[in-house]
Design a protein around this ligand. Structure first.
Ligand code: GLA
Length: 505
């Protein structure tokens, strides 16, 4: 009996190893009508394996692969990250099918990733990118910092289409949003950039000029309309061949695209990495971003330059030198407490990279999109302001509730974000779910008491702790819009997921 069990195990291990080696693929429908093919190539050695996961736009190494019968486990490593995936993968072979499941758990409203079902393919054992993905740029000649462009001396404020509309954005909606920004008082509160995100792009004409698609029949006219409202217009592209939603991006056409945008009257560019991993190595990323910075500058039109590469490769250390006015520090935010609070409270420590003209960008606001309570949205607004983060609203401005409008247009909170001193706030103290943050201002200090826990809790702070030497300072509660008497410190009952924000001078 025992011998039988041992030989069964041995046979299944061998069978598994033999079954896994080779190439597996899956095809799925991507955005913008593109077919996405993912290829897994496995090399086995007994019941260990290595390999590669390749798409058109990226290659990941498979590490620590172990076969156990018809089950496998592995990690993967992507050279643009500083670390391998935290969550391992498991898989199960069933004849000609291999099902792979990521161990990443559900995060807030974001379900765990669905299983990936691959089919065994014969023949093609090595992945080769299609010819149109060939690298055509000249090697960069070292990286030399460029001086600031003089824009965004306070964090950019405005609106962006992605969080609410994704691909369902068009000329008509942008005009209506611009109207609503004026009518609602958002413009007058400082939100001036109206930024079109991904999905505006068509292909290129015979001279290589980028075209807008049928959703945006006349970008110049749209820019004129937006400008006439006292607002500015932003646009989106990337250093690769395709944007994240598979639309045409700027690879090989950087100067030409910058000229086109300048001629349209564009005032802001978000430049999103995405497929650029297929054409640039990690050590070329800063130069690839700088290439567009230089192209924008050579047009003579002031355009705020926003780097979007999810915080990879320590961007804070080179984003400003590459010509950026802001750079994303994280993956995409989503409209739930867990995503927003994890991103926001994780920004502590990046303050040394931010200052007038160059800002950390923990992603756009979700305020008013419905996935959080107004208390949570107040925390979102307060935290982003303490961080001197760009304030780019991402909701439907046309239909917002009075509460959303009040949160976004709280001038006393906006003044903290926009303070001329340009310092990003820091965590002073953390006790479990309770956090005290401070942000030095041109005059005084902003102090925020955050309760990340599930029940109301008391939070107290002494002024000495946040660097206020004087006793009896002037203290203002920025959400209650009231002066408060607090001679040597302040304490408050802070609701679950809520905040009390003060200006102390
Ligand atoms: C990436 C960016 C988002 C958005 C989309 C558009 O995911 O991080 O902010 O621009 O691409 O495709």
């Amino acid at each position: 009996m025992r011998r039988l069990a041992v030989s069964f195990l041995f046979a299944s291990a061998l069978l598994g190893a033999a079954d896994l080696a080779g190439t597996w693929q899956r095809e799925e429908a991507g955005d913008n009508g593109r077919k996405l093919v993912t290829t897994y190539v496995f090399k086995t050695d007994g019941n260990r394996f290595t390999g590669v996961i390749a798409t058109e736009t990226e290659r990941r190494q498979i590490l620590n692969g172990v076969i156990d019968g018809n089950k496998i486990t592995f990690d993967n490593w992507f050279e643009f990250y500083e670390r391998s995936t935290a969550a391992p993968y498991t898989g199960e072979i069933s004849g000609e099918e291999l099902t792979i499941v990521s161990a990443r758990p559900a995060q807030g409203n974001r379900p765990p990733p669905p299983p990936v079902v691959l089919q065994r393919v014969s023949g093609a054992t090595v992945y080769t990118p299609p010819p149109e993905w060939a690298v055509t740029h000249k090697p960069f000649r070292g990286f030399r910092p460029i001086p600031p462009n003089g824009l965004a001396l306070t964090p950019p404020m405005g609106w962006n289409s992605w969080n609410k509309f994704a691909e369902r954005i068009d000329d008509k909606a942008v005009r209506e949003i611009a109207d609503a920004m004026v009518a609602s008082g958002m413009r007058d509160a400082g939100y001036v950039y109206v930024n079109i995100d991904d999905t505006w792009e068509a292909g290129r004409d015979k001279n290589g000029n980028i075209q807008s698609n049928e959703k945006f029949p006349d970008m110049r006219a749209l820019a004129d309309y937006v400008h006439a409202q006292g607002l500015k217009l932003g646009i989106y592209s990337g250093p690769g061949r395709l944007t994240c939603a598979n639309f045409t991006a700027s690879y090989g056409h950087e100067e030409q695209d910058a000229k086109t945008w300048a001629a349209w009257g564009i005032d802001y560019l978000k430049y999103d990495w995405c497929s650029a991993s297929a054409v640039y190595r990690p050590d070329e990323m800063a130069s690839a971003y700088q290439k567009m910075a230089l192209a924008l500058r050579s047009t003579g039109r002031p355009m705020v330059y926003s780097l979007c590469q999810y915080g990879w490769l320590k961007v804070g250390e080179w984003g400003a030198a590459a010509g950026g006015n802001l750079w994303r520090t994280t993956g995409d935010i989503s409209d739930n407490w867990r995503s927003m609070s994890t991103i926001g409270f994780n920004q502590n420590g990046r303050e040394k990279f931010a200052g007038p003209g160059y800002w950390n960008d923990p992603d756009m606001l979700e305020i008013g999109n419905g996935g959080m309570t107004d208390t949570e949205y107040r925390t979102h607004m307060s935290l982003w302001s303490m961080l001197a983060a760009p304030l780019l609203a991402g909701h439907d401005v046309r239909t917002m509730t009075p509460a959303t409008r009040e949160i976004l247009t709280n001038k006393e909170v906006i003044a903290i974000d926009q303070d001329k001193f340009g310092r990003q706030g820091v965590r002073v103290r953390q006790q479990g779910d309770l956090e005290v943050w401070k942000k030095p201002l041109a005059q005084g200090v902003a102090v925020a008491l955050f309760n990340r826990g599930g029940a109301t809790a008391k939070i107290a702070v002494k002024w000495a702790e946040v660097g206020i030497a004087s006793t009896n300072p002037k203290v203002r509660d920025l959400w209650a819009h009231k002066d408060v008497a607090a001679p040597d410190g302040f304490s408050a009952e802070v609701p679950s997921h809520g905040v009390v924000m003060l200006r102390v001078e």
